[in-house]
Design a protein around this ligand. Sequence first.
Ligand code: ATP
Ligand code: ATP
Ligand code: MG
Ligand code: MG
Ligand code: MG
Ligand code: MG
Length: 277
Amino acid sequence: MAGSKFAYVRKFELPDVLLPSTFMVFRLDGHSFHRFSDEHGFVKPNDLRALQLMDHAAKSLMEEYKDIGLAFGESDEYSFLLRKSTALYNRRQAKIVSTLTSLFTSCYVFHWPRYFPDVPLRYPPSFDGRIVLYPSEQEVRDYFAWRQADTHINNLYNTAFWALIQQGGLTTTDAHAVLRGTVSKDKHEILFSRFGVNYDKLDPRYRKGSVFVRAETAEEPVDELSIKTDAASTQADVSGEALKKKKKGKVATQLELLHCDIIRDDFWEKYGHILRE
Ligand code: ATP
Ligand code: ATP
Ligand code: MG
Ligand code: MG
Ligand code: MG
Ligand code: MG
């Protein structure tokens, strides 16, 4: 159909197809969550409810988009690895980034009352999103190592910072001053000698972040967190997993939430299939 005389404007839309056969890492991050966490009374340094809500939204995304094999979350951010061969939305960048960011955000808001039953949302939160392409397994591994190293550095700092304030009675200015110029060993020492805290014994959720892996299982998993929104799953089906299911019969996958080291080799020895599918 030729359409109206106005239809030529469509030609101004440029293609934004992402390079084939490359890993896509999609990362989103809460917009101004420093303020958002203050206004909603997040517990410092780590609000468990907020982290669990992030995990829930991430899991929802992986349930809808089967081409995501791995995810890593910390603080107000989450990274998702898509299969090298994904044909999701014909690899159109804006379509993928906008749809995934939007679904994550709406899941975050949708499930907010479950994690914060006594804290009404004061305003609508938002997230930014981006995709970075990586050509080989090494960069993908290094990407996730980079994020987990960041989790460690931030959490060690924040744990020492808030101990100085909450248990040590310091002001934020003084706590920053105490920590200025300290290396990792010094922060461990401050935590141990002043507050009796053995950092390495703290909950790995805080020290390691959250890791979701997709593992194949024989049976269809039953999961209380699973949410199905039909519109999104129909769209995600274009990405290949559903077609494979139809051809091969039932291939059930299960999402596992881990708080483990993803820098060392053993994680990748166990879950390396994620990179090769
Ligand atoms: P930007 O819009 O540039 O991302 P931002 O304020 O979100 O700005 P980030 O570097 O993303 O800055 O940091 C997020 C901040 O949100 C953290 O520094 C922390 O103060 C707060 N935050 C996020 N999640 C939690 C949590 N689970 N518990 C406590 N505080 C949190
Ligand atoms: P895509 O994901 O590619 O955008 P789509 O199904 O959303 O696919 P669109 O071209 O965006 O396709 O069309 C949106 C469709 O949603 C319309 O064709 C119509 O069927 C329906 N729709 C949207 N808003 C309304 C509305 N206010 N009342 C009735 N139907 C609506
Ligand atoms: Mg930022
Ligand atoms: Mg942020
Ligand atoms: Mg952040
Ligand atoms: Mg539409």
